[in-house]
Ligand binder design. Structure first.
Ligand code: TRH
Length: 385
């Protein structure tokens, strides 16, 4: 990419990612690494301990290569047997992952210590504002800092590539582009059908939602990427072994199973749908940038602490909605996350559809007023040096 005059070299960055489970860890770090390279002239090495998970989001990944370049990012296999390397100027440990101890020594051995940050999980809780940017532990001469993404001023913001919302809007205003994209995935919804995407963890409440959609007077085309919720879909359909490409119709509901698609395609899928059920962290944020109503399946944590995070987000998100609409969407999210029957909550939510649609776009625009996470990280580094 040609260097723009305003771009300065922002040094060499190492991002460390351990894939705990699912795709959120690699999803976030891969997105961040690409953006740092493309928009901030940063040299990025992305250290990943599980290239198979990475391959799902980026099929070009060579899962046995110790070193490879993908979209300008140097991808390194984070092997159990660590080979010595020089430490970078900025070191990001994603989601509190533990760096290899020889690498920590390499950080401490540098003439100028690197900026060492822990990129934390996303939360809408208020305490995040107080903790963002604070010093954490020290290793020899090297100080670690907390870096918290978030939805409010005083946090590190959300990942959002430059021009993302313009690209999204252009796409959504172009029915031909939408049709072509869907066709490319073998999706051909009836013209009047509402399109819903479903990316979620196992959920005992799913059957009640599918029952309601099937009994509806209006048609729904439900798109389900291969993953953890498929078992519940199979049980509801009474069919085993659903794979990508499967398509089944039950009354007003068409259920179609999709392959797991590359990250950029998944964005387009979210942009195409009238409603997106998402989960975890990264798909949750991408559904917000889609500017459409959404349903969040939050990642479960011990002692139900995820429920505090859910409430904190709902408190922020529902500001500006009428009381009945806020109550309806909050009720739907709470019931979904409790694995309960969501039939009544879905019908209540549908009553406020136009308001919720307008609100989703307004929320997206409000969030886009914040500096994006990659820019905030670079600014943190610039301030630090
Ligand atoms: O996979 P997840 O459940 O990840 C979770 C969360 O991040 C959670 O906070 C974390 O603790 C846990 O992992 C370890 O959901 P998430 O965050 O939405 O990540 C999914 C990624 O997969 C996201 O980058 C979007 C991407 N994706 C595709 O690229 N193609 C697809 O077809 C689909 C469905 C998703």
């Amino acid at each position: 990419m040609p260097e723009l005059p305003q771009m300065k070299n922002r040094g060499r960055w190492d991002i460390f990612c351990t894939v705990v489970d699912n795709f959120g860890d690699i999803g976030v770090t891969w997105r961040l690494a690409r953006q740092l390279v493309a928009e901030h002239a940063v040299d990025v090495r992305l250290w990943v301990d599980d290239l198979r998970a990475f391959e799902r989001l980026c099929p070009e990944i060579e899962i046995h290569a110790p070193q490879q370049w993908q979209q300008g990012v140097e991808v390194r296999q984070w092997a159990a047997e660590w080979q010595p390397v020089e430490a970078a100027d900025v070191v990001i440990a994603a989601f509190a992952c533990q760096l290899p101890s020889p690498y920590m020594d390499a950080m401490a051995a540098r003439e100028t210590p690197p900026l060492w940050m822990n990129l934390d999980y996303l939360s809408a809780e208020d305490w995040v504002i107080g903790c963002h940017g604070l010093p954490s532990v020290k290793y020899k001469s090297v100080q670690k800092f907390f870096f918290f993404p978030g939805f409010q001023k005083g946090t590190g913001g959300l990942l959002r590539e430059t021009g993302l919302l313009e690209r999204r809007r252009q796409f959504q205003q172009n029915p031909e582009a939408r049709r072509e994209f869907l066709q490319g995935l073998g999706i051909d919804p009836a013209p009047a059908a509402q399109l819903i995407s479903l990316f979620a963890y196992e959920n005992t409440g799913l059957a009640s939602w599918l029952d309601t959609l099937a009994a509806d007077s209006a048609p729904t085309h439900l798109l389900v990427p291969e993953g953890r919720i498929l078992g519940d879909v199979e049980r509801w359909l009474g069919i085993n072994g659903l794979v990508a490409g499967a398509l089944h119709v039950r009354e007003a509901l068409t259920v179609q199973v999709l392959p797991f698609i590359r990250q950029d395609q998944y964005d387009h899928l979210l942009w195409c749908c009238d409603f997106n059920a998402v989960r975890g962290e990264d798909s949750f944020v991408r559904a917000q940038w889609a500017g459409r109503p959404l349903l969040w399946h939050i990642y479960q944590q011990e002692e139900n602490i995820h429920l505090d995070k859910l409430e904190a987000f709902l408190a922020l998100y529902t500001k500006g909605l009428s009381a009945p609409a806020a109550e309806a969407i909050s009720g739907l999210w709470r019931a979904w996350n409790a694995g309960q029957d969501i039939a009544d909550q879905w019908l209540a939510t549908r009553k406020h559809w136009p308001e919720l649609q307008k609100h989703a776009e307004a929320w997206c625009l409000e969030q886009a007023l914040q500096a994006d996470l990659a820019a905030a990280l670079v600014q943190f580094y610039v301030n630090w040096i």
